[in-house]
Design a protein around this ligand. Sequence first.
Ligand SMILES: Nc1ncnc2c1ncn2[C@@H]1O[C@H](COP(=O)(O)OP(=O)(O)O)[C@@H](O)[C@H]1O
Ligand SMILES: [Mg+2]
Length: 212
Amino acid sequence: MIIGLTNQKGGAGKTTVSGHLAYWLTKRGTVIVVDADAQASSTNWMKDLELPCKTMIDPDDLFDELPLLAEQYDWVVVDGPGSLSETTKAILSRCDLALVPCKPAGLDMHSTSKMLRILRQAKELRSGAPIVGLFLNQAKKGTVLLKDATRALSEKNTGFPLLKTIIYDLQVIADAPGQGTSVWGMSGSTAKRAAQEFDSLFTEALQIEGAL
Ligand SMILES: Nc1ncnc2c1ncn2[C@@H]1O[C@H](COP(=O)(O)OP(=O)(O)O)[C@@H](O)[C@H]1O
Ligand SMILES: [Mg+2]
């Protein structure tokens, strides 16, 4: 299965979540990460996590090679770029599941609606694929921003499911890549909480796709 983390907004959490997802999936089969962002932040982190990772930004390469990687690995996790480019479109034309992290702070409905439009177009072209799941990342508990974002991104407003699991703004999540690890490799109660949040998010995401 090919899972793409997409959102043209930089800083939404694509890299952070894709790395944690890839690590989480190693318990469920073989995994490769495809780093489709020119900033190549996944590539270094995955080296530390000892996970196979391929940098691939060219849309034609992604289009041709993602299906081949899916034959070799159980799970292909694609860390998308921060732009609504041909690269993003190539990922959406090949992934089975598109996960869209959305950060409540700075949620820009104009740019979100552009993303939703591209997602709808991909689904129309591919007769329903990819399955799409939006989720809130780096949320702050009990804030008006979170409440507003939850409403703005509701399935009623976007036409796509908003996953129930919310990933909160936790320092351990931000620290993990720099320490060459994941929240599962960190100690303390906050790391445990972050690990539980990711576990719940990924389980829920794979349930919408029917992979669990
Ligand atoms: N849930 C979170 N809690 C705390 N910091 C986060 C969280 N998610 C992402 N970040 C931080 O926000 C920044 C942007 O995240 P990143 O994954 O690089 O976004 P993207 O790949 O979409 O540009 C990074 O500094 C990252 O550490
Ligand atoms: Mg990134």
